[in-house]
Structure formats: C-alpha cells, structure tokens
Design a protein around this ligand. Structure first.
Ligand SMILES: CSC[C@@H](O)[C@@H](O)C(=O)COP(=O)(O)O
Length: 362
C-alpha cells in the first residue's frame, strides 16, 4: 500500500539477505520509522514488543527470524531452538505456529548447507502468499459492500472495524481493510468507523493512519460507541480480522471484538470476519476452551502514550498509583454471532461444515 504516496509493504527483505526491514509500528502514527532485524533475537523482540503485530505479519516475521537464525546454525537442533524462541513471543495468533511449521516441513528434509538459503526463499514465498490471500479476501468482501451500496442507491456505506486488521497487520492489503481498499478503488463511497481499540489503540493509531494515507474517509470512535451507532442505523456492516478461528467458526480477535459482535447481532448488522486460511486452527473447535489468550502488561492499561502539544512523545499514567489493572489482549466471538467468514476461497458460513467443505485440504 502507500505511505506518503510511495508504495510500501510492512516487511521486506534486504536483497543480500543481511537483514529484514520492517516498519516500527510502535512509533506510528507520529513517526514513520524503518527498523532492521539482523538476528533471531531482534526478530523475536520485534514480535514480542509489537514493532510488528497482527496475526499474518507475526507469522511472516517469524519465518524471516528463523531464516536469520539458520544463517548461524542450520542444524536440526538450531532450527528447533530458534522455533521455540519465536513461538514463545506471542501465544494467540495461530499464524506464528503455522508459519514455523511450514518452514520446518520445508527445511528439515534438506541438507544443512542448503537450509539458510531455502529458508530465506520460503519466507519470501509465505510473504507473497499472504499478499495473494489478502487480495482475494478483498475481492470477496467487495461483493458484500457492492450489494449494500446498491441497496443504498449511492449513499455511502458505513463500515465499522476493530483494532488494526489493515495492511500493517499483514504484508500488504490487510484482511479486514482489503474489501475497503477494493471498494474505494471501485469508486464505491465508503466511510469507516474505527474503534480506538484500547489499551494499545491500534485502531486510533494504525488503522486511522493507514486509511488516511489512502484517502479513505474514516472517523475514530471510542470503543464503547459502536453499539450506540448500530442502534441508530449508522453502521451497515462490521468487518474485523482474526488471530485464530477454530474449525467450528469461533473467532478470536482483539479484546472487545465480542462486544461488537453482540451489538451487531442485537441490531441486525452483518458481522463479517476476514479469515485467511493460515489464521484458521483446524485442530481445535471450541474457541473459549482451547484458544490461549495473551495477557499483557498492566502498564498498557494504566498508561497512555501520545504526542504533546510541543510534539514530544510522552507516556502518562491515567489510573491511581495503587489501582491494579488487568490486560487480556483477545476475546472469543462464538460462531453463532458471525454472519460470515470472508476467506481467500470465498465468503462462507461460520460453521464446521462450511469450513471443512471449503478447506478439504486442511
Ligand atoms: C489481519 S490481523 C487480525 C488480527 O491480528 C488483528 O485484528 C489483531 O487483533 C491484532 O492484534 P495485535 O495485538 O495488534 O497483534
């Protein structure tokens, strides 16, 4: 997608394989900075500290992190140790283990001296595949937006989204944002309500930034406003991403997604989830029971980071010194609240039958 009119991806390898380049998302929207990952440790840190985040991008960064590790030690043991370090960074997005398993399957059958080069190339394949999947979901999601636009006879289509499931969370296009960018390209008037997404504010700082870079009309709202907007007919559809969707269609995504789904259900607002196949965990079916929910530092709740009037980035405390804070990063939306899953193979019902039929190969 674009940054100040220039084409950018969220991650790109240096041609001489010395490093991987990323956009440091902890500094957006105030500073656009590129960071370099030269070692396994730097890649693991980038994922854990959320310089890169979003399920698909976590997977691709881990694949490159493994490639960097294999440049130093390409033994079976080296590969296993590097995978363990990367796997420990973030527990919820299944793309991380999916990407590492894909890499291991490709690499373990090769002689050690071929592994580093093959790993680098395969990480590139995963990155290119991610772009392809996102663009395909964009095309399928566009059909849904077109239908609403036809019904509204040219009036703008209002879409609500939560967190950042945009191109910054993938390699390009985004998952939930791909249909929005496609609609904009098709000349359909859209407007996006962007949930700020406390505590880390990925909506307010990342989704708003990237939509703004593409001239997509949008309004940032506080997390609690969505239900009110839906009650007043101001939201035509909700599109969100997912960190892990089960074989039965339960959707785990950024904390607060469940409440949006409840409000959408109560107000007959269609609630769609963009779920590329690497985000689907076919080994589990009960999202509430089986998906590990990341718990992050209470400091993300007690403190806020932002730009001061005199343009300094500062962190301030918003709670009393002695109040405890709890920070679950994700929640699970049961399949019954999901109108449909937009996958790279089409939009399907969120149930076991539709998922099995659409992905017989998984
Ligand atoms: C295309 S990304 C889908 C999800 O990964 C996204 O909605 C999300 O919850 C990201 O969470 P984050 O904690 O910022 O990694």
């Amino acid at each position: 997608m674009r940054v100040n009119g220039e084409p950018f991806k969220s991650i790109w390898p240096e041609p001489d394989r010395s490093r991987v380049n990323i956009i440091d998302q902890t500094q957006l929207p105030h500073v656009f900075a590129v960071a370099h990952l030269r070692t396994l440790q730097e890649a693991a840190h980038a994922i854990k500290a959320m310089l890169v985040r979003g399920a698909p991008l976590i997977g691709v960064t881990a694949a490159y992190g493994l490639s960097l590790a294999l440049q130093k030690d390409a033994s079976d043991d080296g590969l296993r140790r590097a995978s363990e370090i990367l796997l420990a960074t973030r527990p919820t997005a299944v793309n991380l283990q999916w990407a590492l398993r894909e890499m291991a399957d490709k690499l373990l059958v090769l002689p050690q001296e071929q592994r580093a080069e093959a790993a680098w190339n395969h990480a590139g394949v995963l990155a290119e595949d991610d772009i392809r999947l996102c663009e395909a979901m964009g095309d399928h999601g566009l059909v849904l937006i077109e239908e609403i636009a036809r019904r509204k006879q040219g009036e703008r289509v209002n879409i609500l989204t939560h967190c950042n499931a945009g191109w910054l969370a993938t390699v390009d296009w985004g998952t939930a944002t791909a249909p929005m960018y496609k609609a904009q390209e098709a000349g359909i008037p859209i407007h996006v309500y962007v949930d700020e997404t406390r505590p880390r504010n990925q909506g307010a700082s990342l989704t708003a930034w990237e939509l703004g870079q593409h001239g997509v009309p949008h309004t940032v709202i506080v997390d609690n406003a969505g239900g009110h907007l839906m009650q007043h007919g101001l939201v035509d559809l909700v599109i969100v991403g997912t960190d892990r969707t089960t074989a039965s269609g339960d959707v785990c995504n950024k904390i607060g997604t469940y409440l949006k789904a409840l409000a959408a259900f109560d107000n007959d607002v269609p609630f769609y989830v963009c779920a590329p196949s690497p985000s689907i965990d076919f080994s589990i079916s009960d999202g509430l029971r089986d998906i590990p929910i990341e718990e992050r530092s209470p400091l993300e709740v007690t403190h806020l980071k932002g730009l001061t009037e005199d343009k300094r980035i500062e962190t301030i405390r918003i709670t009393p010194e002695n109040s405890e804070a709890l920070n679950y990063a994700f929640d699970v939306t049961p399949a019954r609240l999901v109108t449909g899953l937009i996958t790279e193979r089409g939009t399907i019902a969120a149930n076991a039958e539709a998922l099995a039929k659409t992905f017989p190969d998984r």
